[in-house]
Design a protein around this ligand. Structure first.
Ligand code: NZQ
Ligand code: ZN
Length: 390
């Protein structure tokens, strides 16, 4: 088992109606003026923003609003949020939305006490200084940003999407009401389930030998996502199915499922270039295409690990040949994502062969050379994996 340091400071408030406690919980923590940060239309249309505002009003917590976060959030709005927090003396950020809104909030939190351009954190990996505390009302189980140490922000001008990680930006409060996710379109539900499954795959495949305590936790979550994702798609208003997938989404990415492992993260790196190239590409859909391609490319490094995964998650019978077992496990993964309605090729995402070279320079910049852990990948390997995904 590798050495590790892990902290998960988030307080989870889970269940029906919990968003109505946002005001009280912020007031208890001394919040005077929050930045209420949200996305496009969904949270306004559903009445969620009004309920959250009423809860802040009732608890005497003031707020300023900044809506309009798009999927694959952009640095421009983060900069606006930073300026607003500085002007208005904001002391807490309350993000109402999914990974994009929470990530945008994390960017704002990083920039709020910083004199330079907040993009510096993403471009240079600058250590976090003082940050604003973050609370979130989660509306889509997917990215796991409600408890993770990460934020991922796009810079359209540079055509770059860059991640940043620090325990300082883990949310302090996460309000998770599964009923809020009833309104999710099927595609977003499926992309969310794919993303959370991918967060487990990134942690399961690395060069560290078995870590049973972590592996068993991870495999149990994979089996849960595999069982619950079709259930939420078939019955979008099934509270228990939505609740299981929502809690799973958090557990998949807050960190427990990788403790003691090195983790891989090459496929997320490859996907982030797709959504930098075209912000209309949904992160989970990009992963559905890239994961089977990555698996196909790297499985020979350790086919037994793939065979083990296939047996444990998909119940595949051993064939007597580890390589065949590995390929069967990869097929099962691709079929699982396809069964949820996810794409299986880059062509379905409108990405063509001549786009590959456009992504390589920023991939190189983001990864700083070789990347991944299960197999160390060069830029030529990346080109080959993108080609396999075409
Ligand atoms: O903007 P609105 O109108 O709210 O619509 C959103 C958006 O179009 C919609 N939606 C959200 N909740 C809804 C809803 N529609 C109806 N009912 C609801 N209850 O769903 C769409 C997608 O939302 P978004 O926040 O973009 O989804 P997700 O949570 O998948 O976040 C994706 C972002 O997270 C990053 C991704 O790269 C991407 O930028 N990631 C962040 C990570 C982290 N911070 O730890 C890790 C991940 O690997 C990932 O990279
Ligand atoms: Zn992800």
């Amino acid at each position: 088992m590798d050495n590790f340091e892990f902290v998960s400071p988030t307080r989870f408030i889970f269940g029906r109606g919990v968003e109505n406690q946002a005001g009280v919980k912020l007031a208890e923590r001394g919040a005077k003026k929050a930045l209420l940060h949200y996305g496009g239309k969904s949270a306004i249309r559903s009445g969620l923003i009004d309920r959250v505002k009423a809860s802040l009003d009732a608890a005497g917590v003031g707020y300023v609003e900044l809506g309009g976060v798009r999927p694959n959030p952009e640095i421009g709005l983060v900069r606006e949020g930073v300026a607003l927090c500085k002007q208005q003396g904001v002391d807490w950020i309350l993000a109402v939305g999914g990974g994009s809104v929470i990530d945008s909030a994390k960017g704002i939190a990083l920039g709020a006490f910083y004199d330079g351009d907040v993009w510096d954190f993403f471009a240079e990996g600058k250590p976090a200084g003082e940050v604003l505390p973050i609370a979130c009302v989660l509306t889509i189980p997917a990215a796991g940003s409600e408890a993770s140490m990460n934020t991922v922000v796009s810079n359209d001008e540079l055509q770059r999407k860059a991640g940043y990680g620090s325990d300082a930006i883990r949310p302090e409060l996460a309000f998770m009401n599964p009923e809020i996710t009833f309104t999710l379109p099927a595609y977003q539900t499926a992309a969310g389930a794919t993303d959370m499954f991918a967060h487990l795959l990134e942690r399961f495949f690395d060069e560290t030998p078995a870590v049973p305590v972590t592996d068993n936790l991870n495999l149990s979550l994979m089996r849960t996502v595999r069982a619950e994702a079709p259930r939420v798609l078939a019955e979008p208003e099934n509270y228990d199915a939505r609740a299981n997938i929502m809690w799973a989404g958090m557990l998949c990415h807050q960190g427990y499922a990788g403790c003691g492992r090195h983790e891989d993260w090459a496929t997320h790196g490859l996907e982030h270039e797709l959504s930098a190239l075209n912000p209309a590409i949904t992160h989970g859909a990009g992963l559905a295409v890239m994961f089977p391609a990555w698996m196909t490319y790297v499985h020979k490094e350790n086919p037994e690990r793939f065979a083990f995964y296939g047996r444990e998650v998909f119940g595949l019978a051993p064939t007597g040949d580890a390589d065949d077992d590995a390929l069967n496990a990869i097929d099962a993964t691709r079929s699982f994502f396809a069964s949820l309605g996810m794409p299986t090729t880059l062509a379905e995402l409108d990405v063509r062969e001549d786009d590959i070279e456009k992504m390589i320079p920023t991939l190189q910049e983001n990864q700083g050379g070789e990347f991944g852990s299960f197999k160390r990948l060069t830029m030529d390997d990346a080109r080959a994996i993108y080609r396999l995904a075409l």
